[in-house]
Design a protein around this ligand. Sequence first.
Ligand code: GLY
Length: 363
Amino acid sequence: MKQFTVHAQSGPYAVCCQRGALARLGALLSTLEEKSSVFLLSSPRVFRYWGRAVIAGLREVKPAQRILFDDREEAKNLRAVEQLCRALARAGADRRSLIVALGGGVVGDVAGFVAASYARGVRIVHLPTTLVAQLDSAIGGKTGVNLPEGKNLVGAFYPPRLVVADPQVLRTLPTRQFCSGLYEVIKYAVIGDEMLFHFLERALEDLRRQKPAALDWVLERCIRAKVEIVSRDERESGLRQILNFGHTVGHALEAATNYRRFLHGEAVGWGIIASARISVEIGKLPTAHAERIHRLVRRVGKLPAVPAIPTRKLAAHLLTDKKAVGGKIRMVLARQIGQVEILPEVPLEVVIRAVRGLSEKSQ
Ligand code: GLY
């Protein structure tokens, strides 16, 4: 079992990554302190595949009650939080209860925010079942929900007690969902891992087919990077911002299309292409590097087209991003493959032009 430790302000927690880890859940959870009750929060689809195995593992610790909810991005809102908190209250959850979140990024983000809020905080364990969640969103304690005005605008930093990533569960993921996670892998490569970028150029097909040697190597490498980054900058006051490469435009695209058109990773895929273009335009990135980034993103699969978005709407979403300050856009841009920097004041018109370029590429 590969085990990594996140050093959070509230204390360290482990991220375990291994094939078959879900089957050993009982042993992994027995290390946590006494819990009065256990609640499994998941979506109907994920529960259908993996719920029984997880319930069986939890039984070794304490019988769990399940609460299922809609895990589409468009349902990731405050209404979902209220419904889940009320379901917990009706089921008798208290401060010593444990929430176990089984699912992708939406399940983890919503359940995490519920855990942060219910009774002013109950413990949570993440069992991520998508590639995006295993290598990114389940690690680092970001939780929250969307508003029509912007992605993840309401939330809290709330570290889990444990994260268990079992690559085996990815085999029931629809191809589109799996590929969506590959754009986040490209992100890790561009922000700090040139060797990973070379590997992706060489072995993307193996990864797409989930060949265990390729998938496990990539997963562990990305998890290690995420653990190191969030351990050094939990609250995103500096270094952690580099994880937002491709996300400024990505989040604006998601919000401008009402969270219905793109999976999160797909919007990030477009965001990476736009960021590479902007990096070239403001003289940071050699064109040849931008072309390699563009080619790799396009090789992952067909991205949903970027629609024409009215300028005012696009500008509003870009400026509502949590990273925008004082009307300027704070962006992570690339200097070369494997190295990025944070630019605090990228002109809005440059970003809008790059997004327009994406609509043309979609034709
Ligand atoms: N997904 C970006 C972060 O956790 O900071």
